[in-house]
Design a protein around this ligand. Sequence first.
Ligand SMILES: Cc1cc2nc3c(=O)[nH]c(=O)nc-3n(C[C@H](O)[C@H](O)[C@H](O)COP(=O)(O)OP(=O)(O)OC[C@H]3O[C@@H](n4cnc5c(N)ncnc54)[C@H](O)[C@@H]3O)c2cc1C
Ligand SMILES: Cc1cc2nc3c(=O)[nH]c(=O)nc-3n(C[C@H](O)[C@H](O)[C@H](O)COP(=O)(O)O)c2cc1C
Length: 613
Amino acid sequence: MTTTFPPPPAGLDEKLLQQLAQHSALHQMWLSGYLYGIASKGQPAPNGVLEAPSVAIAPLAPSAATLPQVTVLYGSQTGNSKKVAHQISAKVRERGFQVVVADMNDYPTKNLKSEKIALFVISTQGEGEPPIAAEEFHKWLLGTRAPQLDGVQFSVCALGDRSYLQFCQTGKEIDARLEVLGAKRLFDRVDCDVDFEDAVEGWLANVLEKLPVPAALAAGIQSAVVHNNGHQAVAPAAKAAGTLYDRKNPFASPILEKIQLNGRGSQKETWHLELSLEGSGLLYEPGDSLAIYATNPESLVKEVLYTAMLNGNKTLTFNGKEAEFRQILLRDVELSVLTREVVDQYANWTNNAKLKAIVQDNETLKKFLWGRNVADLLREFPAALSEATLLGFLRKMPPRSYSIASSLLAHPDEVHLTVAAVRYDFNGRPHQGVASTFLADRVKTGDSVPVFVEHNEYFKLPADDATDIIMVGPGTGVAPFRAFVEERSERGASGKNWLFFGNPNFETDFLYQIEWLNHLKRGTLDRLDVAFSRDQKYKVYVQNRLAERSRLIFERLENGAHFYVCGDKNRMASDVQNTVVQIVAKESGQGEEYAAEYLKNLKKQRRYLEDVY
Ligand SMILES: Cc1cc2nc3c(=O)[nH]c(=O)nc-3n(C[C@H](O)[C@H](O)[C@H](O)COP(=O)(O)OP(=O)(O)OC[C@H]3O[C@@H](n4cnc5c(N)ncnc54)[C@H](O)[C@@H]3O)c2cc1C
Ligand SMILES: Cc1cc2nc3c(=O)[nH]c(=O)nc-3n(C[C@H](O)[C@H](O)[C@H](O)COP(=O)(O)O)c2cc1C
């Protein structure tokens, strides 16, 4: 295709023009931004970085309409995939493409077969399940109604966490299904662990390489705002305002206060921690989490050295830094948890048939991983290995998340947490979780811990303060609701706050009892229903209390209330969901099918929200 340009304006040096034409496409793109900067502001774009102008410069750049549109579809529970989707869109747009970013929650599925290029960013939740907001899209795509997608080119960026057995399962399912439906893979799927940034960047660089290159890349300065039914309009890339501190550069947050919340004789050990954010610039909203980097207990490091038959004195390079082996084990690698990858690599290296068989079967592997740590693996399957070989198998220490239990309005420059210490016996030996016991045992008031804020895009208070909320938070699940109630109290929100709390015993386990009673007195808590499971002959849980209050719950839901659940994902979250379905079926008088649809709609409207772990 040849493009005819109008003649240059009088006086323009034609030699210069010819020289420009000899530059590579990338340099031409850069120069176009540079020249645009001079022309529009009297100065080039800062640092030579191409800033996309908001208008296309016709007729030098061909219209972006000649390029296929790229659609970035995301499915996200806490906002990571959404963030990544927007990063991708900014980069693709720099290449001159019109980009549409859409949440799978809102995307009209009938549009998929008309897409030319579709990039998918999707996390996995639960035990290998899609995020709530992507449930319907996922079901549709994997179901019989999904059409042939022969004209679609795609690539999948899957977010996940290697500590889960079904690592990046939803991304894998979407990727495989798209292929079955005839879509063409632009570039291979990437499966990202919790520190996803580098993996996303590498994948995106490859995807960008595979995108069609227009005759004149100068179209890269096109910045399209697309208005499309069901699609989110994408404004020109805005630089996100950010703090200095994040996953890669955590803030050393001093501990201001540390209190054991359970009374003497309790079988639970729950800590309330108050940390300072002063000077960090870190901000959060109720519903967000604080992530913490912990160090391993000395006792576990010793056990690993002993079972590996190694001493800790050798100096090694790990992650580009020189350190003593003992220090690396203490700070940099995960020892308290085994993942599939660790066991798989160890099985292959030791060539141990029994271990290999364990890895082959998901159910057996799941049982094997639960409760075992690295020392258990080395003890049960001993092998002579070097320090470097062992480090090669181990996972970099990932941070742990804790729901924020405070409101910045009530506690400026502070962040509070509610942490249950994980301790258990396995094979006759005491075991402990790394981060919860780091906070419980190994740090004291005045010490600093490395933290960053993890924003949860969706687990948020209603925008309208007049909306009622129902909160179900047994055990440490109560943490974000302390933040919710504090925030609504500070804001003078008129909506009613109703809390369901549960734990084993009233006497020892009524977390934040005095605060709740004060809120009740002031009216900042409208109702409190408690379930102390072991205080009577029969176990009573929060879901039983919900069922007892079915009339009022249904009335509030009908009145627009938002329903929140936080805490145990294994049993509690599904028991609560089932109870809500029962409540709606009974109180509406319209049966279970109607009630299931009702719950589905609540989720779709983001009025039924979970923060479970
Ligand atoms: C968004 C989010 C919010 C969270 N909020 C909170 C919160 O507010 N408060 C809170 O306390 N936690 C919270 N958690 C959980 C928290 O992140 C940690 O997972 C938890 O503290 C355990 O981490 P750990 O490092 O102490 O244990 P790890 O070192 O991760 O060890 C856990 C492992 O120990 C083993 N294990 C644990 N218990 C047993 C047992 N009884 N028997 C046998 N084996 C066992 C299992 O193998 C398990 O995988 C949250 C998690 C998420 C994702
Ligand atoms: C309760 C819970 C369950 C999870 N289950 C899985 C899982 O089964 N497999 C996996 O790879 N990742 C799992 N993850 C990790 C998430 O996929 C990961 O944190 C991701 O970055 C979240 O992205 P999002 O905010 O876009 O949802 C789980 C996370 C949570 C909090």
